[in-house]
Design a protein around this ligand. Sequence first.
Ligand code: ADP
Ligand code: MG
Length: 331
Amino acid sequence: MRPILILFLLAGSQLLSAQDSALLAQKKVLKLMGCRFELTAVAQTEQQAWDAINAGIAEIQRIENLISSWDKHSQTSKINFNAGLNPVQVDKELYDLIYRAEKVAQLTEGAFDISFASMDRIWKFDGSMVEMPSREEVNKAKSKINWQDIVLNRKDQTVFLKNKGMRIGFGAIGKGYAANRAKTIMSNMEGINGGLVNASGDLIAWGLNHDKKDWLVNITNPKDKEQALGWLRINGLSVVTSGNYERFVEFEGTRYAHIIDPRTGYPTTGIKSVTLVGPDAELADALATSVFVLGCEKGLELVNKLERTECLIVTDQDEILTSTNLKLNYF
Ligand code: ADP
Ligand code: MG
C-alpha cells in the first residue's frame, strides 16, 4: 500500500512558524522496508529535529534487518529455513513481536495469520501473474497456514514452525511496529515537541505540530489517491490504511487484494480500503489487514468491541461504513 493518507499543515523541510519560542518542523522522505516513509520532527532547533529524524531512521533500519523475510540472513529467514526441522533461538524483540501476532490471530479467529506467507509462492501481486493458480496448488499452500503451528517457547526464547514449507512474514504488522518504535525513539530525544511517522499510509503522530496544534490527516479516497474522503484531528494516535489499489491481481473482472484469507487460501475481495484509528500503530496495522479478511460486518463488530479503536471501510461499491464512534470531518 502507498500513502493513502496525505499530510497537510507541513511544508517540507522549511523553517516554519515564528511566534514566541517558535517551533519548526523538519521532514525527511525516504525508502525503508521497501516502501515510502515520511518522518517529521517538531523542535526548537533544526539540529534537534534532524537528530530525532536520523535516530528514527536508524531504528527502522534495525527493525528491517530483524524482520525481513527477503534478507536471507535475518532471524526471520532463519525461522523459515528451519520450518519442520528445528526451533530457532531469536532476540527477545522478535519473539515478542511473534507472540503479539499470535494474540491478534486469536482475537481475529485466525483472519490475521503471519503464516499466510506460504502463499507467497502462489499469489504474486507485482503484475507477473497471468492466470489463476489451480485449486490444488492453492490448497497445498493453504495447508501450511496455521498460526497455532508456530510454536513459541519463552524459556528458551525459540520459535519453531512445525511443518515443512511453513513460512512467516510481517507484511501486515511490520510497518506499524516500525512506526511505533520510531515514534518512541524520536519522542524521547532532546527538544522534541511532536512528530509524525508515516510508513506508506501507516501513520502515528504525537505531540503538537509546528503551529502548536494537533495534527490533521486526510483519509484518501481509494478511487482517487489525490482526493480525500475527509480528515481527522489526531494527537497520540495512529491512523493506518490498507488498500487494494496498489497491489492486486484481477481475474475475470474481479479484483483480488494482496491480503490472503487464511481460511480459503484466496486473496480477499469486496473491500477497497480499510482505515483503522487507535493508539497503537502495530495493532492498527494488524487490524486493518484483519478487517479485509473478516469482511465489513464481522470486521466492524470486532472493532466496535475494542476500546479507543475506530474503523472506516470503503467497499467495492464505494459504500463508506464506519464504526460507531468514528467522527470523520468533511471538507
Ligand atoms: P499494506 O501493505 O497495504 O499496508 P497490509 O498492512 O494490509 O497492507 O499488509 C498486507 C500484507 O500483509 C501482504 O502484502 C502480506 O505480506 C501480508 N498478509 C497477507 N494476508 C495476511 C493475513 N491474512 N494475515 C497476516 N498478514 C497477511
Ligand atoms: Mg496491516
